[in-house]
Design a protein around this ligand. Structure first.
Ligand SMILES: [Zn+2]
Ligand SMILES: [Zn+2]
Length: 394
């Protein structure tokens, strides 16, 4: 069967690659994935999936392919994201974005095409597995809201395991990257408004200068990572924006700092806003100013289940060959809203190599490689067949 599975994937890959090119040429921003969603639903209908839901959590699409004995079998969810980014594509690809200022710079065109290709394979393999494969096509990953909305719409009800992949530049085609435990960080954002007292810039003694306080605060907040959290634990507190002032000769009344916090554990994540607020309030008080913190919880850390990760590593070795599975030494402090699904069932995200020469994610020349599509399809299909065996259902 191994041989015939590879042949099946090879025969289906050109269509999946054509799908990717179509999606790449017609990108849609987060929460605007209307045409992409319609396209995906039409393809799934044509494949003859057993169930189909559209308009899930926004423009999400969810389908099921049922194998044997669905009553006693388990359910595996496979997830792809569909949204693009507000970046002007700078490439001469024949399927370059047709939409000014919008492009698939994170490779979600590749993820969607890979999952549609996997659906094509699995509809032909119903006799080979027991249970249900649920295909989740999610909107709005880039704003890290889509996954939560999909979960609230019930897409994880009855799911035993959930798996996703992300195309990864710098990793050769035919290789995958794995990581048991924490793989990606949480991502939260905050606004800090410092309220002082404005004055003529030549009379600073009449002011409570929020700009000077902001400068102190930027430095003080860095002591969270350097002096409050153990050096062996990862945390990022980045001030990414400072806004204050309108003229050369005016001390403004307010300064606004905006930033992001990244952690690898939920325990640490919960402590950070408490410390940001205490440092900000007390430092502002020392300088006779007030401050207000607005903290927005984004996405949790993505923590891969050890046993699902081990299964993916084993399948990767078998399908792609010795040396094709590279275990990551360290997690990334980037974030992924796939974390939301892991609240409902154990699961795992792995990295799919798209080539060593490929430019970085979120850049104007990024392009998910055609050669990676069939590798992703083969991994997803094998994960489904291996997970949904009759022994597990027994
Ligand atoms: Zn992205
Ligand atoms: Zn992405």
């Amino acid at each position: 069967m191994t041989h015939s599975l590879s042949e099946l994937i090879t025969s289906l890959a050109p269509d999946a690659i054509a799908v990717r090119h179509h999606l790449h040429a017609h990108p849609e921003l987060s929460n605007e994935e209307e045409q992409t969603s319609k396209f995906v639903a039409e393809r799934l209908t044509a494949l003859g999936v057993d169930t189909l839901r559209t308009g899930v959590g926004g423009h999400g699409v969810v389908a099921e392919i049922r194998g044997n004995q669905i009553q006693t079998g388990q359910t595996l969810a496979l997830r792809a994201d569909m949204d693009a980014l507000p970046i002007q594509e700078l490439s001469s690809l024949p399927y370059c974005s047709t939409k000014p200022g919008v492009m698939h710079a994170c490779g979600h065109d590749g993820h969607t095409a890979t999952l549609l290709g996997t659906a094509a394979a699995l509809t032909q393999l119903r006799g080979e597995f027991t249970g249900t494969v649920r295909l989740i096509f999610q909107p709005a990953e880039e704003g890290v809201q889509g996954a939560t909305r999909m979960c609230l719409a019930g897409v994880m009800d009855g799911v035993d395991r959930v798996v996703a992949l992300h195309g990864w530049p710098g990793l050769a085609i035919g290789k995958i990257g794995t990581k048991p435990g924490a793989m990606m960080a949480s991502s939260d954002t905050f606004d800090l408004v410092i309220r002082g007292k404005g004055a003529h810039a030549a009379q600073p003694h009449n002011s409570v200068d929020p700009i000077v306080i902001a400068a102190h605060l930027v430095t003080a907040l860095q002591t969270i990572s350097s002096r409050e959290v153990s050096p062996t634990e990862a945390v990022v507190v980045t001030i990414a924006q400072i806004h204050a002032g309108t003229a050369y000769n005016v001390i403004p009344t307010e300064a606004v700092l905006k930033g992001t916090v990244r952690c690898l554990t939920n325990e640490l994540r919960e402590q950070i806003p408490v410390r940001i607020e205490a440092i900000a309030k007390n430092l502002c008080a020392a300088f006779r100013a007030d401050c207000e913190l607005t903290y927005r919880w984004g996405t949790k850390p993505t923590v891969n289940d050890e046993s699902v990760n081990a299964l993916i590593e084993q399948i990767g070795q078998e399908a792609l060959g010795e040396g094709s599975v590279l275990r990551l030494l360290a997690p990334s402090m980037g974030a992924e809203d796939f974390a939301a699904y892991l609240d409902y069932a154990p699961g795992c995200m792995f990295r799919l190599g798209v080539g060593e020469e490929v430019t970085n994610l979120h850049t104007p020349t990024y392009n998910f490689s055609d050669g990676a599509v069939s590798v992703g399809m083969e991994m997803f299909t094998r994960i489904a067949l291996k997970t949904l065996t009759s022994e597990r259902a027994a």
